[in-house]
Design a protein around this ligand. Sequence first.
Ligand code: ITT
Length: 198
Amino acid sequence: MNLILATRNEHKLLEIRKLFDFAGVRVQSALDFPEVPEVEEDGGTFEANAIKKASTLCRVTGFHALADDSGLEVKALAGEPGVYSARYAGEPVDYHANNVKLLRELQGVENREARFVCVMALAFPDGRVETVRGECRGRIAAACRGTNGFGYDPLFIPEGHEQTFGELEESVKSRISHRAHAMQQAVTAWKQLLAIPR
Ligand code: ITT
């Protein structure tokens, strides 16, 4: 079967492709379909945005489409930046500016608890859409550290570790991240549909 990934984010694509490497599933991305319109992410939840991205791509291509909507929720900031994670410091998307803004907002704040959230939506050509959610708990570091990954990775220290995702081996992130957890749910929930041999 053909599965189209709705994301245009190269880092996410790389991570999802590694996690979704099954025989019989031909994975392509929105980048292979230039006719697909840019989707405005105006939903109030990760679920709403993921559903919108997946169903738009499915409608335009006629194939099963998988979208990832993700972000960082910081406890002391009442869940911000949340669904606004990509554009936290404004347009255009600037990962470094987002990290600088987050550090500023957390200046003097003792509670650094945070979690990454990833919602994946799978849209079926018959109009159905299903979602799964994965989370990764951790805390926000005092300064950016490391160059691995993308986005808030240089500031995020996952639970059980002392290094940030920016410093940890990529193999660690692909095992414990919010995206990895969502993928595990996806594989269980959509195993039959995707004819995953396990
Ligand atoms: P698509 O909509 O094309 O998938 P995007 O980058 O716009 O790509 P989102 O709207 O889901 O994706 O925004 C996700 C933002 O959350 C992203 O820009 C990062 O700032 C942050 N984020 C998500 N997953 C992350 C991860 O694994 N590591 C670090 N930051 C992450």
